[in-house]
Design a protein around this ligand. Structure first.
Ligand code: FPP
Length: 224
């Protein structure tokens, strides 16, 4: 059986869910946060060490300001309410992406990262203002500036995901089959699962079905 160290998720479908059931995209984001909580709990239970969640891409700035503000206020409230509990559960929070939000949110993110830095039970990588192409370009620039030898191993040191194993599994909910500028380098050998359900409808049972399917896949890495 394949061990599972790292699951990455593109949590797609909040907006559609919100419009369908509550006539409001933001209501979908609120419901999506409940799914985040469920999946964190199940990931802990399954003793998986890394969970990466795509919460806000560099392209998401194109959305209406009202939706962006709502998403960030959800995140702020989540951190204020839950960071102590996450810490107690020995969860480490790491932001991948560029932290250029409001002063308040930047501070809250840094405090949350610092507080949970030593935790080892589960590392949650929250991709915020994250874009894979700019991550890769930036890594190239730094590597060259430092006159480091050009190699795969050296290159990965300059990505946001340094010291994090590549994802074993990528899940994308919302019935859409694309990568949306997410972890393009890190997903080279990841098993990808596209899920029809919208993120707020996704639950532990769906998650476990995917984990089980993954465990019996023959992973060849180019070999036979
Ligand atoms: C994609 O759905 C989802 C997002 C851009 C935001 C994800 C946010 C959450 C799950 C809630 C907040 C999370 C945290 C960690 C505080 P979409 O809006 O693109 O859906 P659509 O494709 O139906 O429009």
């Amino acid at each position: 059986m394949n061990p599972i160290k790292h699951v990455a998720i593109i949590m797609d479908g909040n907006g559609r869910w919100g419009l369908k059931y509550k006539n409001s995209r933001n209501a979908g984001h609120k419901a999506g946060l409940k799914t985040v909580e469920k999946i964190i709990k199940e990931t802990l239970r399954q003793k998986i060490k890394f969970l990466t969640l795509y919460a806000f891409s560099t392209e998401n700035w194109k959305r209406p300001q009202k939706e962006i503000s709502f998403l960030f206020s959800l995140l702020e409230n989540f951190l204020i309410k839950r960071i102590n509990e996450l810490n107690k559960q020995k969860i480490k929070l790491k932001i991948i992406g560029i932290k250029n939000f409001s002063k308040k949110l930047n501070r809250l993110l840094s405090i949350s990262e610092n507080k949970t830095f030593k935790n080892r039970e589960l590392q949650i990588n929250l991709a915020l203002n994250y874009g894979s192409k700019s991550e890769i370009l930036n890594a190239v620039k730094v590597m060259l500036k430092k006159k480091d030898r050009v190699s795969e191993k050296n290159f990965t040191k300059y990505l946001h995901t340094t010291n994090i194993p590549d994802p074993d599994i990528l899940i994308r909910t919302g019935n859409t089959k694309r990568l949306s500028n997410f972890l393009l380098w890190q997903l080279a050998y990841t098993e990808i699962f596209f899920e029809k359900k919208l993120w707020p409808d996704f639950n532990e049972k769906d998650y476990n079905k995917i984990l089980k399917k993954f465990q019996i896949i023959k992973r060849n890495y180019g070999n036979i």
